[in-house]
Every structure is written in C-alpha cells, then in structure tokens.
Ligand binder design. Structure first.
Ligand code: ADP
Length: 610
C-alpha cells in the first residue's frame, strides 16, 4: 500500500490522563499495533477535501455566521471555538478521531460535516451555546466523544452544524460511591477513564461494564443505547439520573435529582411523576451534561469459555438452546455468537492475504483459514463468561455444556490451548469489565477500511436467526460484500449485528454498502424486525419503519420537538425527527436518494434571544 507516512514512524497514541480521549498506558502496545496495521492498509493517506471556508448550514448567511462566531468566541475564548476551515489533513483512526465529520464516511466525505466545533467547560456554558444557537438559528450537534463509529462518528446530520464537543473540557468523574456502587459522570469520561479511576482508587469490589472498545464515553454510548458484555450490559437500563440542558436553555435533572439536596439521585432512577429520561436517548430533545451510572459488584471470580459449532445450520438449534439458558441467567452476560469469517478478520489481516479473487470470499477459503485458528474448523463461535466463585461457576458451566453438546459436533475449546494474543482473551477482558482495544481490527479487511452496522432486533428464536441470516446473505451476495454477522443475545431479544466493511475512498464501495444496508432495513421491516440503532444516513429510513397507526410515534416525536425546540436548533434530523422549519423540504434520506441536504429551511421570522 502507498502511504506517505511510514507505519514505523507513527507518533504514539495520546494517553490518559494527558487527554480525556486517550488510551490507558496498559494498552499502548495494542494501540501501536492497531495504528500500524491501519496505516499499512491505507492507499490514500490524507483527506481529499481542500477546505478553506466552513460549510454553512442552510438558512444562515456567511455574514450572520461570522458575526455569531465572533460573539461566541468572545464568550467562550478563542481556544474554545474552532472553525472547520482547514483542509482535513488526515482522517485519523479510532483513538485519534476527528470531531467535525465521520472518519468512516459512507456518504461523500464532505457531505456530513460541521462548520465549527465548540468546547464548553460547564453546564452554564452549554446553556450559553444553546441560547446563542437560538439567537442565530444555527443548528448544533452534541457529541460526548464522537467515536460512534458505524453509526456516524462525530458527524452532524445537518451539514454545517456546529458540533458541541462536550467531552474535551467536561470530562470529570464527579463521584464514585464505593458503598452504593454508583458514579456520576460528565460527558467526556470514557470507559477507559472510568475503569482506570476505579482501579486507581483501589475499588476492586466494583466493575464497569464496557462495550467492545473502551474509547467511547459512558454518556454517549448509553444515550445511543449501546451494550456491553457483563451482566450489566444494557447501559440504558443501568443508568441512574440525568442532568439535561433543554434546547431553549433551561436545565433539568431527572429522577431523584429533581429534589433539591436529594441523596438518592444515583440510587433510584425514577423519582416522582413521569419518567422523562427516555426523552433524551437517541433523540434531539436535550444535551446531557451529567449522568449517573450503576456499577457491578465484582462477582468474586469469572471464567471465559468458547464453543465451536461446525455447520452453518447449527445456528438455529443453538439459538433455541440459548434462549432458556439466557432468560434463566445461566448464560449471564450479553453473549456473542460470531461467524467464522469475523474470527478470521479480527486478526487484523487484509482479505487479500486469504483471497484475491472478486466477489464475496468463498466458503472453502473460510473453512481452510479458520481451521488454522485455535477454534478449529467451524461456522459459528460462542463467546461466553461464567461469573462467581468456582463452585458456582461449575454448576452453570456444566448445565451449559450439557445443553450445547446437544448439537452434534459441538466442541468446547480449552482456553489453555489458546495463545494469549488470540481474540478470545480480548473477549475475556471485556466480559470481565476491562475495556480493551481489539475489536475494530477487522476493518483492515479492505484498504482504508470503514464499517457501517445493520442492527436488527429479533426474538431469541432459531427461525428468526435463520430468517435474518437469509435476508442478510441475499443482500450481501447481490452487492458482492463479505458477510460479517454476530448475534448479541440479551435477556429476551437478540440483536444481529452485521458489519459491512468497505473502502471509504471508493464511491462504488460506499454505494454498495448503502444499497445493501437500505435493502436489509426494508427486507427486515417487512418481516417485523426493526433496528435498535442506526447510522445517521439511515435514520430517516429506519424511523419510517416504526410507522404503526399512521406514524403515530413520529407524530408524537414531532409534537415534542416543536414544543421543546421551537427554533429547531438541536441536532435536526437525528433519529428521523425533523424540526418544523425543516419539514416537507426534502431533508429525508432514503432509498434512491442519498442527498444529505434538503431545499432550505423555513425563512427566518426574526431571531429570538432566550
Ligand atoms: P461516544 O461517546 O460513544 O463516542 P458520541 O459522542 O459519538 O458517542 O455520541 C453518540 C450519540 O449520542 C450521538 O448521536 C450524539 O449526538 C449523542 N450524544 C452524545 N453525547 C450526548 C450528550 N451529552 N447529550 C445529548 N446527546 C449526546
């Protein structure tokens, strides 16, 4: 690959606590390896955008924008208002990501970009920014860390929005309560940072639940309803209390936080009256400036296990076996059923190491390559963890073993035979609440590798797993894309996560990825499956599938949006919710229409200072 900067000359990844978004020093070697592999796989070293002026949001003239920026700069300080007016020199990588666009863009690179990024240092400054946005009717888009890769990264939905990067200066851990097992966080606290802080305090009796990678913020991940892999994997379900700046600038606290002097804000999530927290998840109704989170008690022991299943057709009976075990909590964490091809790819090696032909990678190549790995020849792998002291684990592991072996040829892979650098040990860390950095290595499958995720929810039923796999396979074959499926099994539903890995520098690869995604979303909806989360570019389409009773839910969302955000300044279009001044002007993206911009916004009827 042609890369102007040699991988061996790469500067080290910034570390915690020097920067809020840094890597813990314990993971520096992994970061070096990941970064080197990415640079080796780059055929285009730098962004193609020769930018000299910020992209402006529709409805805002350059004069108004410039006046507004001068005013905000006076209030926040020059260092805290950064125009996006320079050529984007590099797209970074997971640990050193841009905050003005999606570095894994599936649209044109210049389509979903910010005009500026601003850095508040307090809730009061977030209020100030919101009021400023109302005064000039400039759309703003909040991020905590901006690492929501696969779902849009740091990109705003409306081109030219001002990104409110909360994490940079609001990254305090406000409290860790070792008795109640709770914490209170600002937006810039990553899973890495929270884990390291708990360790530094010697609180070994408490665990943090972590997603596949630990660089995202606890707040951003939770608001987008991300999952982790301990028994506390449902982050939204385990959060407790929000502080929110509303789109008109008022501050509220939810749950017990509404009671002045409350001593149970993180201990009881509901308070009195309607539970408003849901309004602020996957929405554009407020900016969260503080969030409480519950922490898991250290279970006093843990043990990872892995089973290999030989045939593709083992999936359906396996899912049937998993369901009762999961509901009864014998399988205790969000368990992963992964495909063999993903296990090959997570080694971080390019696809061309295995296959140089065209079209999807053939089954015989997958079979040959997976046979060389510790798991041996298989179609599916189950990664699980048992918790508690040895005698308690044994009881559960025996029950699991007895059930899993009902599938002919099922094999338990002895962890003693698995080398320490195998991905199994990364899953082991993650399921034990230790944030890691391996997951995205499969992005190196193609040059300039990027990914976008198809994430439908289904019952934990064999027939549903089969049906979803069939529709995904059909669309992947149609678009000649390798299929990377993994099932994440929750308590009463499972998410299928299909990652499409594409070369972001190739318009035809981006188009194939989008066409495949759009096809799968529609196919899934026809069969009764909806996505639990999606990329910015698919939000209109996915929101459109939740249309029961003549779009009753979206009508409610729009009424709420109009009431809470009359000027429509906060993250317009997020989750398919468009403010009044954007509606019926063609802003929605959908099948056959990948243009991200609409035809203007409602003309200004006079600015409003709140
Ligand atoms: P991560 O912390 O995982 O990198 P992001 O910062 O990229 O997550 O945010 C994920 C999603 O949640 C985005 O859609 C973003 O707009 C939204 N979001 C993140 N932080 C906040 C916040 N503090 N208030 C409101 N929405 C937020």
């Amino acid at each position: 690959m042609a890369s102007t900067q040699q991988a061996s000359e790469l500067p080290d990844t910034p570390t915690l606590p020097n920067t809020h978004s840094g890597i813990p020093t314990r993971l520096l070697d992994k970061a070096r390896r990941a970064k080197t592999l990415i640079w080796q796989g780059r055929s285009v070293p730098a962004s193609q955008i020769p930018r000299t002026e910020p992209a402006l949001p529709q409805g805002v003239s350059r004069t108004t924008f410039n006046t507004a920026i001068v005013e905000l700069t006076q209030q926040l300080g020059a260092a805290n208002v950064e125009l996006n007016d320079k050529p984007a020199v590099d797209n970074g990588w997971y640990m050193e990501h841009p905050n003005t666009h999606d570095m894994m863009h599936v649209t044109d690179e210049d389509a979903l970009v910010a005009s500026a990024a601003v850095y508040p240092s307090s809730t009061a400054e977030v209020q100030l920014i919101v009021r400023w946005a109302n005064q000039y009717r400039i759309p703003i888009f909040p991020i905590s860390m901006g690492r929501n890769l696969g779902y849009g990264g740091a990109a705003p939905r409306v081109r030219g929005s001002v990104v409110v990067d909360l994490g940079k200066r609001m990254s305090n851990i406000l409290n860790i309560d070792p008795d109640d097992y709770t914490c209170l966080l600002e937006p810039g606290v990553s899973f890495y940072a929270l884990y390291e802080a708990i360790k530094a305090k010697g609180y070994d009796h408490m665990w943090v639940d972590t997603p596949d990678l630990g660089g995202g913020s606890v707040i951003g991940n939770t608001l987008d309803r991300g999952v982790g892999y301990t028994p506390y994997g449902d982050h939204w379900a385990t959060h407790a209390g929000l502080e929110v700046v509303l789109p008109t600038g008022e501050i509220i606290r939810t749950g017990m936080g509404a009671l002045p002097g409350s001593n149970t804000w993180q201990a009881f999530p509901y308070g009195f009256g309607p539970v408003q927290d849901g309004l602020f998840s996957q929405s554009n109704f407020g900016i969260v400036t503080k969030m409480g989170m519950t922490l898991m008690p250290n279970p006093g022991g843990h043990e990872s296990f892995m089973y290999a299943f030989e045939r593709d057709s083992d999936l359906a009976p396996l899912i049937e076996i998993i369901r009762p075990l999961r509901i009864c909590n014998v399988l205790e964490n969000v368990a992963q059923v992964r495909s063999a091809v993903q296990t090959i790819a997570v080694q971080g090696r390019p696809r061309t190491d295995f296959f140089t032909g065209s079209g999807a990678i053939p089954q015989e190549v997958i079979d040959k390559e997976v046979s060389k790995l510790p798991c041996g020849k298989c179609a599916w792998l189950y990664y699980g963890m048992s918790y508690g002291p040895a005698y308690i684990r044994q009881y559960k592991l025996d029950a699991i073993d007895k059930e899993f072996r009902k599938i002919p040829g099922a094999r338990k892979v002895d962890p003693q035979t698995i080398p320490r650098d195998n991905y199994f040990w990364s899953r082991d860390q993650i399921a034990a609440g230790v944030p890691d950095l391996e997951e995205l290595l499969w992005c190196n499958w193609v040059p300039n590798g990027s990914h976008i995720a198809f994430s439908p929810v289904s019952p934990i039923r064999g027939k549903d797993a089969k049906q979803l796999m069939e529709l995904a396979r059909r669309r992947h074959t149609e678009h000649k894309i390798d299929l990377f499926p993994a099932f994440c099994v929750g308590l009463r539903e499972m998410h299928l996560i299909v990652e499409i890995v594409f070369d972001k520098t190739k318009p035809e690869a981006r188009k194939a990825a989008m066409d495949c995604m759009r096809g799968m979303v529609d196919d899934a909806a026809k069969l009764g499956y909806g996505e639990y989360r999606t990329h910015l570019a698919l939000m209109d389409q996915v929101a459109g599938t939740y249309n029961w009773n003549d779009n009753a839910l979206m009508k409610l969302n729009e009424r709420l949006k109009d009431a809470l955000d009359p000027q429509g300044i906060l993250a317009p279009g997020k989750s398919g919710i468009w403010p009044k001044r954007y509606r019926a002007r063609g802003w929605e993206m959908g099948v056959g229409d990948e243009g991200v911009e609409g035809k203007g916004v409602e003309p200004e009827a006079g600015s409003v200072r709140l």
